[in-house]
Design a protein around this ligand. Structure first.
Ligand code: HEC
Length: 268
């Protein structure tokens, strides 16, 4: 359970599952998440057996997290970043379940997503997965240092930085050639900046210490503070990681290929 609490934080504190704006209960879901395809509501992941995930077995939880399939065989929309969580080790997934099952159960029914056809069709997800989803635990790169590999695991499998910071194509698939190069329409319509080490358009001017500081406090080197989802992820999640883990994330992120991509907000 204790290890699971750490995994939970490394994953960004599963912030999307708490409807912060409406004072929703911790992890009880119901938070609207606007996507280009319509609005999806996060689900109740408290251990309530009726409306949450309290009745799930270990196998159910593993299948949801690593294959994006629910206990009754339903296909999850990839707003739930199982595309990243599939990289987790089996042990981390099970520890996370132990932690989640220790939080207060809340009875609150899930809301149906409001999606535009054809994106509202769950069977379409099967095809989407065939195109954009490669399940499997992240394998360490023997050519890199243990610190780099730890950072890669933390950023890719747990922290799922790329789910927001990588632009998506019209089908909602991540654009592979532009990993972490920033997205105008990130989750909930928020602009997620370019975090590759490009000097002009990314965070090339940040030192590793700047990035660690940012993930601890949400403060950028120019003194600005971060807003929205990123600040929630930091507060409930990343800021609780050990300094050496945050340093590992910084080493990994700063080793990414620099991509020149100016992310400008659309004019209102
Ligand atoms: C749920 C979506 C989401 C995830 C996951 C996420 N970010 Fe962010 N991030 C954002 C958004 C949105 C912003 C812009 C916040 C703002 O405008 O203040 C941001 C801002 C940033 C910035 C500031 C960049 C700048 O130029 O101002 C950095 C650095 C950053 N994120 C790094 C990370 C890292 C590293 C991870 C993974 C460990 C991560 N983010 C995971 C959404 C996300």
């Amino acid at each position: 359970m204790e290890r699971g609490a750490y995994v939970f934080r490394a994953a960004g504190g599963c912030s999307c599952h708490t409807d912060v704006k409406n004072d929703g209960a911790f992890m009880a879901g119901g938070r609207p998440i606007a996507t280009p395809f319509g609005t999806i509501y996060s689900t109740n992941i408290t251990p309530d057996p009726k409306t949450g995930i309290g009745a799930w077995s270990d196998a159910d939880f593993l299948r949801a997290m690593t294959l994006g399939v629910g206990p009754s065989g339903e296909q999850y929309f990839p707003v739930f970043p199982y595309t990243s969580f599939t990289r987790m080790t089996r042990q981390d997934v099970l520890d996370l379940k132990a932690y989640i099952f220790s939080i207060t159960p809340v009875e609150q029914a899930n809301r149906t997503p409001e999606l535009q056809a054809p994106f509202g069709w769950r069977f379409g997800v099967r095809m989407w997965k065939w195109l954009y989803f490669q399940p499997g635990t992240l394998q360490p790169d023997p050519g890199q240092s243990p610190q780099w590999n730890r950072g890669s695991y933390l950023a890719q499998a747990l922290g799922h930085c790329g789910e927001c910071h990588t632009p998506r194509n019209l089908m909602g698939g991540l654009q592979k050639g532009r990993r972490h190069a920033g997205a105008v329409d990130g989750p909930d319509g928020e602009l997620a900046p370019n975090i590759t080490p490009d000097a002009d358009t990314g965070i090339g001017s940040w030192s590793p210490a700047d990035l660690v500081w940012f993930l601890q406090l949400g403060l950028k080197p120019d003194g600005d503070d971060t807003q929205g989802l990123m600040s929630e992820l930091i507060e409930t999640g990343y800021s609780h990681l050990s300094e050496s883990d945050l340093e590992a994330i910084a080493v990994y992120i700063q080793s990414l290929p620099a991509i020149h991509n100016e992310v400008v907000p659309p004019e209102n």
